[in-house]
Design a protein around this ligand. Structure first.
Ligand SMILES: [Zn+2]
Length: 312
């Protein structure tokens, strides 16, 4: 199928749609290199998977999206190498507030022997159509006193600094799973919120209402980079999965992890609770991919077992 994609231009669309899934888009970059995207368009808060396939071994692949470098990885090994299948993959996150419009994604690759091949595709970002909701929370979370405000600002800055760090190795090594066992449904991602009558920032995570004490599991292998109580998110754990991918879990009643822990998919990070700015016990699950705030269910859909359940 791949050969057909490369050799017969008119068969590219059909052949690559069949090989990469319905809605996928393929670009012939020349010199036996092809770029496929899971879809030619994406909504705010979603993920796209990009793949580079080459007839000859690749020694280097780099990309640009959202004014940032996009790290590529090779399945099968944690380290990039010139051997093995000539395929590299990357995730493109569309931030939940990225303005609707068309944006360029560019890729440059080096083929063994020295040839460089560059390629670009335009991706259409569409509105996420997020609902607005009115919530009532404790007054301190909407009108914090100067001390609380200074604390919240310092914590936001620290989180931003963590998210800016891109661990160059891929730490995850399999499908991403849901953080709760059982039939819990996630919702509320991207909702524009009005808190006690004041417009708030959009909701950057997925909420899973669940009884206090329900174990919360790491979605995949990674390293715990924060495990403490924060002003807005209460008891919080943040896991670095490498290549700019972070999952965030909060409002725990209890934290069962510490900074530096190496976790695997399923490791218990803590227990569901109602700490921080909440209206009741639930897990708030967040995902950032190269600084883009994305619906966490997307990583289960794109890199998981596909059992994510979507609800707005
Ligand atoms: Zn939440």
């Amino acid at each position: 199928m791949r050969k057909a994609c490369l050799l017969i231009r008119t068969a590219v669309v059909l052949g690559c749609l069949l090989s990469a899934g319905a809605g996928a888009r393929a670009e012939d970059c020349g010199n036996g290199v092809e770029l496929t995207l899971t879809a030619p368009e994406a909504a705010q808060g979603t993920l796209l998977l990009a793949e580079i396939h080459s007839a000859k071994p690749l020694t280097e692949v780099s990309g640009r999206w959202n004014e940032r470098d996009v790290p590529f990885w090779q399945d099968g090994t944690r380290e990039h190498s010139a051997s093995g299948p000539n395929t590299r993959k990357a995730l493109l996150g569309v931030d939940l507030e990225k303005a609707a419009g068309k944006y360029e994604f560019t890729v440059a690759s080096q083929i063994q022997g020295g040839e460089r091949v560059s390629c670009g595709v335009r991706i259409e970002v569409k509105e996420g159509h997020f609902a607005t909701e009115n919530l009532t929370v404790k007054k301190q979370f909407v009108e914090p006193n100067p001390e609380q405000e200074a604390r919240a600002e310092a914590e936001t800055k620290r989180l931003r600094e963590i998210y800016e760090r891109v661990t160059p190795e891929r730490l995850w090594d399999g499908p991403f799973r849901m953080p709760l066992d059982g039939e819990f449904k996630g919702s509320n991602f991207g909702k524009r919120r009005v808190l006690n009558g004041h417009p708030g920032s959009p909701h950057g995570g997925v909420d899973f209402p669940a009884p206090t004490g329900t174990p919360v599991h790491a979605a995949q292998r990674g390293r715990v980079v924060l495990a403490e109580e924060l002003f807005f998110s209460g008891n919080t754990v943040l896991v670095d999965h490498g290549l700019g991918i972070y999952t965030f879990y909060c409002h725990f009643s209890e934290i069962d992890a510490k900074v530096g822990d190496e976790v695997v998919a399923g490791t218990v990070l803590g227990k569901v609770g109602a700490t921080g700015r909440v209206t009741g016990p639930h897990l708030h699950w967040g995902l950032q991919v190269e600084r883009a705030r994305v619906n966490a269910l997307e990583i289960v859909r794109v890199l998981g077992s596909g059992d994510a359940i979507f609800r707005k």
